[in-house]
Design a protein around this ligand. Sequence first.
Ligand code: GLP
Length: 241
Amino acid sequence: MEVVIVPDAVAGGELIAEAIATLVRRKPDALLGVATGSTPLPIYEALAAKVRSGAVDASRARICQLDEYVGLPAGHPESYRSVVLREVVEPLGLGEQSFMGPDGAAEDVQAACEAYDRALREAGGVDLQLLGIGTDGHIGFNEPCSSLASRTRIKTLTQQTREDNARFFDSLAEVPHHVITQGIGTILEARHLVLLATGEGKADAVAHAVEGPVAALVPASALQLHPHATVVVDEAAAAKL
Ligand code: GLP
């Protein structure tokens, strides 16, 4: 695992955006796995700026989702589908045909999970998967004690994660209890994993993930098992390393 400490979130975003641009120059139809939450926004802003300036042509890139809430009505502004379309796909000048994600509104959620896991493989696999980290060490929505071999499936959110994510909704009561997430085993199949963590609130989770034992209790520690994992942290998130 490679750990890169950067001064702040903007520098982390720029560094990772350049890594994505380098990948897309080499492989124009690369499949980019994207994460939601606040942390990756500087990456998307830096990457969109590179596209606008002509520094990289991302017009053939493909985008896929890491996770999704279950049960939000289609088109809900906080469904991760809506978030990824708004924050990544549109700013990069791509259309919905460049994008794939699990169907959080499916009647048969388990079938939707299996279909998405299969679709990722059939698409040739994820070239670069961006990850954030939850304060409890989760990646995607793989909460502590998720199997390190897990596939895309339905999960129940912990109270901590629902509280962390309540800021995107009008109230805690509106935060869904259930989600679809790529499993840890699914995530580990991506060719390159890039985790960005910023701010002191992530310092404990980062220390456990990077320097602690590989354990289901800290899902992000699974990155230690991956042959090409990069963890980019700002100084605040690196404080306990
Ligand atoms: C959610 C997402 C994760 C993300 C995490 C941290 O739980 N499912 O993919 O990493 O939030 O979000 P933030 O970056 O806003 O702290």
